[in-house]
Ligand binder design. Sequence first.
Ligand code: NI
Length: 157
Amino acid sequence: MLSLTLGRIYKNTVTKTTHEGDTKMDRATRFGISIPRNLSKEFDETISRLGYDNRSKAIQDALHDFIKERRWQAEEGEFIATISFVYDHHTGDVTEKLTQVQHDHDQIIRSTMHSHITHDICCEVLIARGSKPDLQKLSDKISATRGVLTCKLSVLS
Ligand code: NI
């Protein structure tokens, strides 16, 4: 086993960047953990490959992902997500249907981007904020619309 000391002691405060209350200042905390040496080695190699220059940021990211994943599974609270999809705008009334679906979910959609990829194919990205059931329902409706070729829900935070 190998002991790692995580984080630093900050005399000052650091700024939160990824969680709610972005503008609030949050004090850093320091704690130690013991993990198998192989896991530590693999972790260090991985974060080095990814371009992290210290363990603290990598472990913070891992903890955020862990918390987000558990909250998502438990359907707790609200999430920021993107729903991106590609469709053939010549298929039936796909454009009208997708517009209607988006108006039906105007409470959670914050922003929409549309790109005319080719003569036939359009790509849209929605930025949304809502509960798991609401985001999933919107994504499923888009995905099930005839003419939509692919649709992906990505939960960011
Ligand atoms: Ni288009």
